[in-house]
Design a protein around this ligand. Sequence first.
Ligand SMILES: Nc1nc2c(ncn2[C@@H]2O[C@H](COP(=O)(O)OP(=O)(O)OP(=O)(O)O)[C@@H](O)[C@H]2O)c(=O)[nH]1
Ligand SMILES: [Mg+2]
Ligand SMILES: [Zn+2]
Length: 553
Amino acid sequence: MQTNRIYMEAIKSGKDVRRYVRINVIGENGAGKSSLIRRLLGQDIDAVRRTDGIDIINNIQIRTSDGEWIVNKDVTEMKSADFVECGLWNFAGHKDYYATHQNFLTPHVIYLLVSDISKDSTFTYYDHDDEGFDSIGNHVDFWFDSINSLCRDSTGYKLNPPIIMVCTHSDKYESSEKLKARECEYKDNFDRNIRFHKKGGHMRRDLHFISNTKSDEKDIQALKEDISKLADSMDYFAVALPTKWIQLELKLSNLKNSNTNILPFEEIRKRAQEILPDEKELLSFLNYQHTIRNILFFEDIRDYIILNPNWLVKCFGCLVFNERYNERSDKTSSPTERYQMKNTGELTDEIIDLMFEKDPDIASGQYKTYILAVMERFGMIVKLQRKASDNDGCQISKSYFMPSLIKKQLISVKTIKKICRTIACNASPWLTLEFEFLSLSYANHILFDYLREYTIWERDSVDVATYHSVLMDLCEKIEELGGQLKQNINYQIKAKCSNGDYSKMSGRISLEELTEACEVGQYLCGEHSCMHKTDEMKKTWISLDNTTNAISY
Ligand SMILES: Nc1nc2c(ncn2[C@@H]2O[C@H](COP(=O)(O)OP(=O)(O)OP(=O)(O)O)[C@@H](O)[C@H]2O)c(=O)[nH]1
Ligand SMILES: [Mg+2]
Ligand SMILES: [Zn+2]
């Protein structure tokens, strides 16, 4: 815990153990996450609708004596050591939310990864963009990578956070033989591509194969038992906290239950007066609550406190271009603005107002500036300071951009060369960073930081020091982001000859590989299958010996 000193002081005046099990349900859209949750809670699945954002369901308890799930009982009645509170976070599977979800994936959680067994499950190389997400195998792989980036200790073969895999839609197979055959094929695929790899260490228990529409209660019960056993083996995520903090957390959760989504900081301070009168301690408490995403609170933009994280995701949902909001914005905005938003992810101030206005739950007028500041902090939207037109030097655009809406555009090497020829410049070798796994939110942050900070430079020549400083800036940025997002990152710095195609893997080379491959001042280029001068490569990006970078949190 970062607030160590204050926490240690606070704990002296009394501590308690808080046990709480959070289950994050993740997976592709339409996989059956919401249906599965309803089955787990004993509800029918007729009324299931596509999830927007994150649905948070509390009011579930696990009885420690036998692992039984108790749903919808009066919480106050059952406050005893025999029951552990449990929260189910249902993450929308729609791709537009992926970069946002990353902000809400925390390490002390059980992950329930749901996939539709009837869909293609081949695992192929993917690069986390649209084209790569065709098969369910890639989705599963993506989620394993995302969760693996939260892993705090990767020694040993059992890794945390734990994942339970649930395959739905087993009713799609006409006979039990066909289903068995499919289950074997799926398992085999899964074992080869995930389970027997390092990230497979997150997987617990066996794969569950169920049908949300046809399975009997036995299958659902078996899944509940598995979750309870896993929670028990994790000691129900017990954590020792100052008693006062637990009391205040309860007070906040009562407020949440009465549908209070956001409150001014001053209001919280007043309400906390009796329990935590010291402001520093209150801030430590709020920061801790933010770390576990019980609430959202930024000390430097502390006008408000968001008690229900889903409320922010809902605000974000208003801006996401999905069918519901598409229809809404079509009615309310001008064709130019719509075109701009659809094609560039640009959100003008007017569009933001119009979209927020339409959702009565948000009452955005009052909170608009704050909501935008928080969204910016989470990388959901970004502000690009840029000139409105070439002739108007001082006017800065007020627009925001939504990284999740920006269409990926691979500029071909041919186009770049054409531009280079027009302005008659020399091209350096390409710099490439190869990430073991690069989450979307990360990529967006890096991209926008670059767009914000760099303009096109004109230089007669570029010295090694300049290459270093650009590269070091980038590495520092990555490190800073890792700290903010609490994700582990592994990447390799490589370069590629200036005539190569940066998007192709072949021909990318690290300093170590270059040194090994060098023969009388030349090396064999993997893309062009011919020799290039080693120095041309060495005197640029990869002259520093810092090829492999691993940052762990
Ligand atoms: N046949 C069959 N249909 C299912 C099963 N599970 C879910 N469905 C149907 O699939 C559709 C999508 O189910 P949801 O539970 O909403 O899926 P989801 O994963 O929550 O989807 P998002 O909220 O968009 O991420 C619904 O029409 C369900 O009735 C299943 O096991 N078998
Ligand atoms: Mg859903
Ligand atoms: Zn080459």
